[in-house]
Design a protein around this ligand. Structure first.
Ligand code: ADP
Ligand code: ZN
Length: 204
């Protein structure tokens, strides 16, 4: 099964992707994670990506697609879970030429909760675990004990432009996939377990 996860920044795509990857044995391809890896080890792609990411803008399509097509090829273009791609119409059309998409799961969250979720998010640089700052009494990762950090794009001034990019460029993809008959919506307003239960109802 080939799946795309849609949803605004802060909707919980990454959290659900980890559960789905394990339960359905899918290859999780997160463009955000791949860019962050490149930034950490300071490749040319990482340095380029950083200049867009820290402003809350999309990394140019050619660069992003090169990364995604490489990862899809590694997966044999089957049994993948795309998280963070596509993010605009051009990317969606390109993806259609490249691989079959069976289901698109839109994690739907009220816009009013997103800013707090994102600005309060802390991420572990070592293992990738994320949690809200209010659930982290001592600032260390509950999974591996490393220090938790705020992503460079999770600051309030950047979050505004990310939400704006989402509304203008990514949200129209809901319609795009609905017309193709592959879209399912789940509410992202519950706890991670509740949201995952909804996803399991859809995927079996
Ligand atoms: P979130 O979904 O919380 O915004 P991501 O980790 O998916 O976080 O993405 C972080 C940033 O990486 C985006 O704001 C964007 O700058 C860049 N990025 C990720 N995916 C794409 C994409 N498909 N196209 C262009 N830029 C992307
Ligand atoms: Zn950790």
């Amino acid at each position: 099964m080939n799946i795309v996860l849609l949803g605004a920044p802060g909707a919980g795509k990454g959290t659900q992707a980890l559960r789905m990857e394990e339960r359905y044995k899918l290859r999780h391809i997160s463009t955000g994670d791949i860019f962050r890896h490149h930034m950490r080890v300071q490749t040319d792609i990482g340095n380029l990506a950083r200049s867009y990411i820290k402003k809350g803008q999309l990394v140019p399509d050619e660069v992003t697609f090169a990364i995604v097509s490489g990862a899809l090829d590694e997966a044999g273009r089957e049994n993948f879970l795309l998280d963070g791609f596509p993010r605009n119409l051009a990317q969606a059309e390109k993806l259609d030429e490249f691989a079959r998409i069976d289901k698109v799961i839109d994690i739907d969250v009220d816009f009013s909760v997103l800013t707090d979720r994102i600005c309060g998010r802390r991420s572990c640089m070592e293992c990738g675990y994320t949690a809200h700052v209010s659930d982290l009494p001592d600032g260390t990762c509950p999974k591996c004990g490393s220090e938790m950090h705020q992503r460079i794009d999770d600051r309030e001034e950047t979050v505004r432009s990310r939400l704006d990019v989402y509304a203008r460029q990514t949200a129209p993809l809901i319609d795009y996939y609905e017309k193709k008959g592959v879209l399912v919506r789940v509410s992202g307003m519950g706890s991670p377990d509740e949201v995952f239960a909804e996803i399991r109802k859809v995927l079996g």
